[in-house]
Design a protein around this ligand. Structure first.
Ligand SMILES: Cc1cc2nc3c(=O)[nH]c(=O)nc-3n(C[C@H](O)[C@H](O)[C@H](O)COP(=O)(O)OP(=O)(O)OC[C@H]3O[C@@H](n4cnc5c(N)ncnc54)[C@H](O)[C@@H]3O)c2cc1C
Ligand code: FES
Length: 275
């Protein structure tokens, strides 16, 4: 059974108010919706692209003017169709669904790769509402694919903070992957919480580093999703349904699914396949 009030699961039609090109493969779409206005960082929407498909997307921000946003990488049929939409076009939204990042402590390490930056940029904005210290590692393949650097700089500008940019080809920041600086950072500093989102192998490396340093960890994970509300079973991760029990998982939950985490996912037929 779905635990959501029915209103969340109703498809609402919303008008795209604004589209921002973040980089050649990623766009952010802004729209107004009362339920999305109250979304928390880590929650996701099921977004209907008319005539094409419905796909899960993290809420990438909520704004004082009543707008909410999703940030979308062009990877296949539905996301390509979404990239072709224009201002004033209509999309459908259900949600926000799932749990959210829990805020605990006041010294945080955030590590994001690719569109995993979407929920983390939103989280950084929430964390920055209270006095705290943030180290943010941003990973991307190249400078062209970097996401939200200026937004993060602005968010962290009033805080004690450090931003580390890693690009795989060395075209900006330091050359390497997002997890490269982790072990040094964790040797030098004690954090209250590590938050991660991005490719699952990146999340697993960050999780193992957090375990070694004995630091609590939360990560937002992705699986194929159809219903988004815990009914269809297409998003299973071990005993969990990612849409209903996640998408944010804690250290102890990840320990429970360690065999499947970053090793297997379900394909569109529901079969378990190696990642
Ligand atoms: C909770 C959650 C939050 C997400 N947040 C974002 C986000 O903020 N920005 C973003 O760009 N992407 C996000 N995704 C991934 C996004 O849903 C997929 O990229 C999208 O569904 C691909 O659809 P497509 O038709 O364009 O590509 P397809 O041709 O269907 O597939 C391309 C790739 O995307 C994967 N994929 C396809 N459908 C899904 C699905 N329903 N769920 C998960 N993965 C899928 C496939 O395994 C394949 O690797 C999120 C996924 C989940 C589960
Ligand atoms: S998407 Fe249907 S159970 Fe999670």
């Amino acid at each position: 059974m779905s635990a959501y009030p029915i209103a969340y699961n109703w498809m609402r039609t919303v008008r795209i108010e604004k589209i921002v090109n973040e980089n050649p493969k990623v766009k952010t779409f802004y729209f107004k919706d009362k339920l999305c206005q109250n979304a928390r960082p880590g929650q996701f929407l099921m977004v209907w692209i008319p005539g094409v498909d419905e796909i899960p997307l993290s809420v990438s921000g909520v704004y004082p003017n009543g707008l909410a946003s999703v940030t979308v990488a062009k990877v296949g049929e539905a996301t390509e169709a979404m990239h072709k939409l224009k201002q004033n076009d209509l999309i459908g939204v259900r949600g926000p669904f799932g749990n959210h990042f829990e805020i605990s402590g006041n010294k945080f390490l955030l590590i994001g790769g690719g569109t995993g930056m979407a929920p983390l940029a939103f989280l950084a904005e929430k964390l920055a509402e209270n006095p705290c210290e943030i180290t943010f590692i941003i990973g991307a393949k190249s400078v062209q694919e970097l996401l939200f650097l200026e937004r993060i700089k602005k968010t962290l500008s009033e805080l004690k903070s450090k931003i580390i940019v890693m690009t795989e080809d060395g075209s900006f920041g330091q050359k390497g992957v997002a997890t490269d600086p982790l072990y040094n950072l964790l040797r030098e500093e004690k954090y209250d919480m590590i938050y991660a989102c991005g490719p699952e192998p990146m999340i697993k490396k960050a999780f193992l580093a957090a375990e070694e340093a004995n630091i609590p960890f939360q990560a937002s994970l992705e699986r194929i999703m159809r219903c988004g509300v815990g009914i269809c079973g297409s998003c299973m991760l071990g005993k969990y349904r990612v849409c209903r029990d996640g998408p944010v998982f804690t250290s102890w939950q990840l320990r429970e699914v360690i065999d499947e985490f970053a090793n297997y996912k379900r394909n569109f037929d529901g079969r378990r396949i190696r990642l």
